[in-house]
Design a protein around this ligand. Structure first.
Ligand code: ZN
Length: 174
């Protein structure tokens, strides 16, 4: 696996270490494949794949099986749970999201497992029981994580959100 000495390892290769987990992928070792260093990765499904570092850091999270499984078992675009998952990640993790101020900015986040894997999220919450329901956090100051979420109606959620409203009001009055 030795590469020509003249070829520098890019910085993004260096911040990844063997054993790091990216979704279903676990890095095994750096390998040189023209024109750059890449990572040999072990996928949870048993396959191995070689991925460029910047793709690992950006979006690649399986050998390709994740997308196949997702399409097979959920039919992505018709899968409401998928868009709910996308939305949760947006409001918690994307400062440009309109809802970020109520979630990410308040320190509410998504557990690592769910952040990295729609399948893990879906395995826990299961299919949405009906169209009126969305994901609610039992503890409104808690994260999206196992134990703190349930399917709830809008009115159930409104009841659950009273506390933080008072908090916001007293903060504004102070
Ligand atoms: Zn795989």
């Amino acid at each position: 696996m030795d590469a020509p000495k003249a070829i520098r390892k890019p910085r993004c290769t260096m911040i990844i270490n063997p054993g790091d987990k990216f979704g279903r992928l676990t890095t095994v070792e750096r390998v040189f494949r023209k024109p750059r260093w890449r990572w040999l990765c072990q996928c949870d499904c048993g396959a191995q794949t070689i991925v460029a570092s910047h793709n690992l850091l950006a979006s690649t999270n399986s050998c390709g099986c994740w997308r196949r499984d997702r399409l097979k078992s959920h039919g992505l675009t018709e899968c409401a749970e998928y868009w709910i998952w996308v939305d949760i990640k947006q409001r918690c993790l994307n400062p440009k999201s309109r809802s970020f101020v109520w979630y990410g900015a308040r320190g509410i986040t998504v557990c690592d497992e769910w952040r990295d894997s729609f399948q893990a999220f879906y395995d826990y919450v299961g299919p949405r029981p009906s169209r009126e329901l969305s994901i609610d956090r039992k503890n409104n100051d808690g994260n999206y994580e196992p134990g703190n979420v349930r399917w709830a109606t809008a009115s159930e959620q409104a009841r659950n959100q009273r506390r933080p409203k008072q908090e916001a009001a007293s903060a504004a009055g102070a």
